[in-house]
Structure formats: structure tokens, C-alpha cells
Design a protein around this ligand. Sequence first.
Ligand code: SAH
Length: 246
Amino acid sequence: MPRYDFRSPRLYVEAALAEGATVALDTAQAHYLGTVLRRKSGDRVLVFNGRDGEWSATVAASKRPAAALRVGAKTRAQSAPADLHYWFAPLKAARLDYVVQKAVEMGASRLQPVLTRHGQVTRVNTERMRANAIEAAEQCGILALPDIEPPLAFARLLAARDPARRLVFCDEDAEVTDPTAALSGLPRSPLAVLIGPEGGFAEDERAALLRQPNVIRLSLGPRILRADTAAVAALALVQAVIGDWR
Ligand code: SAH
């Protein structure tokens, strides 16, 4: 793993970044930096905006309303985002926060909520998803934020799907077989991983998925995992066997 600076706080900002620029901090950022992290004028932080790479900056003022950073030298070039889509039946608030954070840490580049028959959640706060994605990106060091998509009905998602993007369908009803063997040897291709709702997939949803081209039906072992556990397990497997962990 490249030796990034993980000791300085890393902040996502919207503003363009260039040496000498001054970046104003919003209320939440000023609170986080000044009150939670107790950083004062002159302290070092890192900033990124998803476009211009990562930059070293110093706190110019940590108190609202003048809270601001002064941008110094570039520390890392902008890296290309990963290419791993994560499709998931949305969960209730706290567990949705968790799943979004973990999916970003695991390298998901697009978060796509999918509304299935047995899902219990139909409304998704995409702003909150974005805030969680930013928090995870700040924490894990990636420089590109994932795309956050609005929820889509299962049938529409399948109809709009690009068949060239292999879909790893995590099916609690699949026969238990070695998941490493099921994934290894596949040619490199864009991927999507699908995790169902707490209520599982309906039979017709499962049948529709299995009729689709370029779908791998994957078992995650002999126990039923909660959807948030399944998310981390499936993304870890995919990243380890055919993704960017190798
Ligand atoms: N209520 C369902 C379980 C759903 S678990 C039941 O009791 O059968 C939520 C989702 O996590 C599933 O839809 C699936 O995508 C994933 N999942 C959980 N355990 C799994 C396993 N052992 N194998 C594959 N996928 C699993």
C-alpha cells in the first residue's frame, strides 16, 4: 500500500484546488476541524475535491464564519476511480449509513439502491448517502467520490442494465460452492455486485436475474448473512479474487 499521510485529517471540499488558493469551510467542516479535531490556525490538513488530486493545506482560521484553509503543495495526483458498481436493496437509516461507508471503503464506484419486492425501505435519502460516502472517502484515502444514484425499481434496473458489465448476484438460495473458484478465471470486465433485502429475493426476481446474460450466481457460505454483512463479504471476495486487491 502506498504510504499516504494518514495522520493529517483529510477533508473533502467542493472548491477548485490550486497552490495559494483559500478555501472557505462550511459550518459542518469548521465544527469538525475546530471543535471535534481541535485543529488551530497553522495546523496541517489534506484536502481533495474529487477532481484536482490531494493537496496539503494549513488552517487559516478554524472559527466560523471566517473558517478557511490555505492550500499549499499538491501531495497526490488525481487517481482514476475504481470501476465496481454496488447494487443493493436499501436498509433503514443507521444500517444504510454503515453499508454506504463500507461499500466506499471496499472500492465501490457507484452506489445503486434497488427496490425489490421484499425490501422494507422504499425512500432513500441520497444526500445522506452522499455525506456518508464523503466521510468514508476522507477516511480511507481515495480521491474520487463514488456516484450516488437514486433508487430504481428492480425490473427497470434489469431492463437498463449493460450486459457487458458482469453481475455478481449474491443469492442466499444458491448452493454452497467455493466462491473463489466461482469467480477466478473470469476475464477482466466491469463488474456489479448485487445484495438483496433483509426479506430476500422473490422467486420471480431470482428467475429474472438468472435469465440475464453475464450473471454469476454466488453463494456466501452456509449461513444467512445480514445484508450489511453480506455487502462487506461479497465486496471483499470480489476485490480479492478479480478486483483491485491483487
Ligand atoms: N431473508 C432472507 C435473507 C436475506 S439476507 C432469507 O432468510 O433467506 C440479505 C441478502 O444478503 C440476500 O438477498 C443476499 O443477497 C445476501 N446474502 C445473505 N446471505 C447470503 C449467502 N449465504 N449467500 C449469498 N448471499 C447471501
